[in-house]
Design a protein. Sequence first.
Length: 165
Amino acid sequence: MTGKCDGNCAAGWNGSFCLEECVGSYGENCQHPCSHKCLELKCDGVSGHCLTGCKNGTHGEICDIANKTEAETSVNQRISSESFFPWVIGVGLALSIMFIVGVTICIWRVKSKKLALSCTFIKCAESDLYTNADVPDNTPTLPRTHPYIRKGPKFLFKHNSSLVD
């Protein structure tokens, strides 16, 4: 035994006795060159990762990823804002519709309560409690019905037949 390697050195080493560390290369017997994008062409002898950083315009462990340009960045931001815009419109439209429906329901409820209130007063005036009361002979007689007769959504005034809302 001479201690000489048969040409099969472990990753990161080379030479006749596998005692020389890889310089500017990596892998078994230092067979792979470091990336030309590594600063000073220095990389890890086993993995090939750049040790001193990357040349301008690249990044990553072996400097194989190109940096985004300003134009690419602005395009990506524009695409992102364009995909966000429909959501803003949709949510705004939905909230507006819900607001309009809510206001409409409130108005309808207020009007229906007023209408129910006026109908209650008319029924009270037409009840037997008031129409069948004993009236002395010396008082003038009034019509037995209320002056308004309900006809659909409008009231007909009995005395002069004019429509009143």
